[in-house]
Write a protein that binds this ligand. Structure first.
Ligand code: GRG
Length: 294
């Protein structure tokens, strides 16, 4: 039976939103720190990364319970990156997901520590999960380090910062988004596949799927920044530095960026063609990413 995409997205989003505060509640940590961590976790967001973890378990017909901890972990890590990205030392944003940023509510020092707490806790969630295979958990931790650390999101953020003052080539822009955006989205897919016990040949094809989906996600983000209603996520249309920054539309034109988006969606779907299980849900997710309006 094929599941309706919207039903999948809504039900899994709800599950993750129920599980995350429970994990924070269990921590033996100062009340203010837990409040600051919970504040940004509860502030909304699409939850695409944790949903992808569960989508892979669903695709391989494995119990999604085996992925809840990792799903919450990737959302916590993503939330840390948003809190730190909004700080005065970085983007200096007052609003995120339509609400005051963490440092606006709790102060700069607490926002840094709330981000640190979420980052660290994400590894603990994976390691302490009841998943039966310790080997698979180590693989997942290693994938997360690759995706989120200096060789992934943090490196991409640095390249982005250093590139702000100049106009970038397409290769330079591509490096930034592969690292800053695509690798963490890719982690969600690969960790879900590992936890589901997917065959190694499938994992390699899913890396291709993940790469193209991640780049498509970022191109869509750039397009929405110009065409979409960004006020729903607290960013007025064409506001702040986005107009001066190099983006896919600024290099390729809007038409060229849309064509590139479609190419990456096609490549992502093509990578699914030869995996060993029916991939209808993962194909539907491609279309959702290409057409999303926020
Ligand atoms: C501070 C190490 C460090 C990294 C920050 C995530 C990030 C890197 C910066 C945020 C700015 C940005 C536009 C990054 C590109 C990735 C991206 C599109 C993030 C937004 O993710 P969504 O759309 O957000 O999934 P929601 O709010 O839905 O969770």
């Amino acid at each position: 039976m094929t599941i309706q995409l919207n039903e999948f997205l809504e039900s899994r989003k709800q599950r993750i939103e129920e599980a995350m505060p429970e994990y924070i509640e269990q921590l033996h940590a100062p009340k203010t720190l837990k409040e600051a961590m919970n504040y940004s976790l509860a502030a909304g967001g699409k939850r695409i990364r944790p949903i992808l973890v569960l989508a892979l378990l669903h695709t391989y017909k494995q119990p999604e319970d085996a992925g809840i901890a990792t799903a919450c972990a990737v959302e916590m890590l993503h939330t840390y990156s948003l809190i730190h990205d909004d700080l005065p030392a970085m983007d200096n944003d007052d609003l995120r997901r339509g609400k005051p940023t963490n440092h606006k509510v709790f102060g700069e020092a607490m926002a840094i520590l709330a981000g640190d707490g979420l980052l660290t806790q994400s590894f603990s969630l994976i390691v302490n999960d009841t998943h039966p295979s310790a080997e698979n958990k180590i693989r997942v931790v290693s994938e997360l380090v690759q995706a989120a650390g200096a060789e992934g999101m943090v490196g991409g953020q640095v390249a982005d910062m250093e590139g702000e003052a100049k106009s970038l080539t397409l290769d330079e822009l591509q490096y930034i988004h592969e690292n800053k955006t695509a690798k963490l989205l890719g982690f969600s897919i690969i960790s879900g596949a590992i936890l589901a016990g997917a065959p190694e040949e499938d994992v390699e094809k899913l890396r291709q799927y993940a790469y193209h989906l991640g780049i498509a996600f970022q191109i869509r983000d750039d397009i929405l920044d110009i065409e979409g209603n960004q006020e729903t996520i607290g960013k007025p249309v064409g506001s702040d530095t986005t107009n001066e920054k190099t983006t896919y539309p600024s290099i390729l034109t809007m038409q060229g960026a849309k064509a590139k988006l479609n190419d990456h969606i096609d490549y992502a779907k093509a990578a699914l063609n030869s995996i060993s299980v029916p991939s209808g849900l993962l194909v539907q997710i491609c279309d959702m990413i290409a057409e999303r309006d926020h």
